[in-house]
Design a protein around this ligand. Structure first.
Ligand SMILES: Cc1cc2nc3c(=O)[nH]c(=O)nc-3n(C[C@H](O)[C@H](O)[C@H](O)COP(=O)(O)OP(=O)(O)OC[C@H]3O[C@@H](n4cnc5c(N)ncnc54)[C@H](O)[C@@H]3O)c2cc1C
Length: 353
C-alpha cells in the first residue's frame, strides 16, 4: 500500500477534519483525490483492514474492462492505482473501524464515532459505503456468540495468539487455507473442516494443506460444524458432522471460521437520512443526502437512472467535491481548473511546473 498515515487503532483525541469519508472502496478513494485537487483534506475510515471495498474483498483478481482509458485493469490493480493517485494528499486512513455514529451538531458540523472509539468533528461527511460494511459470516452454532473473540474467531489479529493451541479451522477459501498452512506447524493440533472436497482457495495452498495432512501434521474433515462442546463455560471442543454422517468430537480451545464476508447496511440506516430500497437518496447536482453537509456517492446512493458502476461513482465524487467546497466555504468563488494547466493543482499534486 503506497499510503499515507494508516491507523488501525482508535485515536484518543477527537480529530478535527474538513471532511470525513466513510468507506475506502474505489469511490471513497477517488473522493480523496477530487477533494484534494480543491485543496480540501479528508480523513478516510473503513471497517475493513485494507482499502478497496468490493474490488479488494470480492474480486481482486478479476479484470475490469469499463474504466475509461484502461482497456483492462485488475480490480486490485485499480485500487493500487487509486492509492497511488491519492498519495500526494496524505489522507489519513483509519482502517478496521466501522463508523457507528453520525450526528449533526448544533454548530452545523458533524460528530462521528467509530466502533473502535475514534471520534471526529467534521465540516462535511461523504458516505461512500457501497453495499454496506462487510461483516464476517458467522458459524451459526447455538451459544457461539458468547465465545466470539475468546474461543471463536472470524479474523486473526496476531498469529502468535494461536501458537501451541488446539485449533479447528473452518472454510475452503484463501483465508482458511492460508491460516491452516501457516499454523499447522505451530498449533498443538489442527483440523481443517470444509463442507466440500473441492476448495475455492489457490491450488498451491490446497496442495500444501494436503501435504501437511499426508505428513501427519494436521487433519482434514469434509463436514459441517454441528455443536460446541464446553465445560463450565469454557470452550473445550466442537462436534463436526462429516459428509458420511459420522460425528467427530474434536478437542479445541480456539475455532477459526473463515466463511467469507457479507455486506450489511448497518448503522447507516439509523442516521436519520432518507433511504430508498436500502440506498441513500441524493440529488444529482451535489450528491447530497437529505441532510445538508452529508453527501453520498458510489453504490450506496440512489437517484433516477442510478447505475452501480465505478465510473458513475467517480463522476459523483467530482461533483460532490465542488458541493463540499461550497458547503465548507460558501464565500469562496469556484473555478473549474484543469489538472493539465493549473499551477495550484500541480502544487497540490506535487508536480513540478
Ligand atoms: C464480482 C463483481 C464484479 C464487478 N465488476 C465491475 C465492473 O466490471 N465494472 C464496474 O464499474 N463495477 C463492477 N462491480 C461493481 C463495483 O465493484 C462497485 O460499483 C464499486 O465497488 C462501488 O464502489 P464504492 O466505493 O461505492 O463501494 P464499495 O466498493 O462497496 O466500498 C465501500 C466500503 O465502505 C465500507 N463501509 C461501509 N459501511 C461502513 C461503515 N459504517 N464504516 C466504515 N466503513 C464502511 C466497506 O467496508 C467498504 O470497504 C463489480 C462488483 C462485483 C461484486
Amino acid at each position: 500500500m503506497s499510503s499515507e498515515v494508516v491507523t488501525l487503532r482508535p485515536e484518543v483525541e477527537t480529530i478535527t477534519a474538513e471532511a470525513v469519508i466513510i468507506g475506502a472502496g474505489p469511490c471513497g478513494l477517488f473522493q480523496v483525490f477530487e477533494l484534494g485537487l480543491l485543496g480540501i483534506n479528508a480523513h478516510l475510515v473503513d471497517s475493513l483492514a485494507t482499502p478497496g471495498g468490493q474490488c479488494t474483498e470480492l474480486y481482486p483478481e478479476k479484470p475490469i474492462y469499463d474504466i475509461p482509458a484502461l482497456p483492462v485493469c485488475g480490480a486490485q490493480e485499480l485500487v493500487d492505482r487509486l492509492m497511488q493517485q491519492i498519495h500526494p494528499f496524505n489522507a489519513p486512513l483509519h482502517l478496521g473501524q466501522e463508523v457507528s455514529e453520525l450526528k449533526k451538531k448544533d454548530d452545523g458540523r458533524f460528530f462521528l464515532r467509530t466502533a473502535a472509539g475514534t471520534t471526529f468533528d467534521a465540516g462535511a461527511v461523504v458516505i461512500a459505503a457501497g453495499v454496506g460494511s462487510f461483516q464476517p459470516r458467522r458459524i451459526g452454532l447455538e451459544g457461539a456468540e458468547a465465545y466470539e473473540g475468546s474461543g471463536i474467531h472470524y479474523r486473526i489479529k496476531s498469529a502468535g495468539d494461536f501458537h501451541g493451541r488446539h485449533l479447528v479451522i473452518f472454510g475452503g477459501g484463501d483465508s482458511a487455507l492460508d491460516w491452516t498452512n501457516e499454523l499447522a506447524h505451530r498449533a498443538a493440533s489442527l483440523t481443517l473442516v470444509h463442507r466440500r472436497p473441492d476448495f475455492r482457495a489457490a491450488p498451491a495452498s490446497v496442495a500444501r494443506m494436503r501435504e501437511l495432512v499426508a505428513a501427519g501434521k494436521m487433519k482434514f474433515i469434509e463436514g459441517l460444524a454441528h455443536a460446541l462442546h464446553s465445560v463450565e463455560g469454557a470452550l473445550r471442543g466442537v462436534h463436526v458432522k462429516g459428509s458420511d454422517g459420522t460425528v467427530h468430537q474434536l478437542q479445541a480451545d480456539a475455532l477459526l471460521a473463515f466463511f467469507g464476508l457479507h455486506p450489511k447496511l448497518g448503522p447507516i440506516a439509523e442516521w436519520g437520512l432518507e433511504l430508498e430500497k436500502k440506498a441513500l437518496k441524493v440529488d444529482t447536482e451535489k450528491f447530497q443526502t437529505s441532510v445538508p453537509g452529508i453527501f453520498a456517492i458510489g453504490d450506496i446512493n440512489t437517484y433516477p437512472g442510478k447505475k452501480k458502476l465505478i465510473l458513475s461513482g467517480f463522476h459523483e465524487a467530482a461533483l460532490a467535491a465542488f458541493a463540499i467546497q461550497h458547503h465548507l466555504y460558501p464565500q469562496k468563488k469556484q473555478f473549474l481548473q484543469y489538472t493539465t494547466t493549473s499551477p495550484i493543482m500541480h502544487k497540490r499534486l506535487g508536480v513540478p511546473d
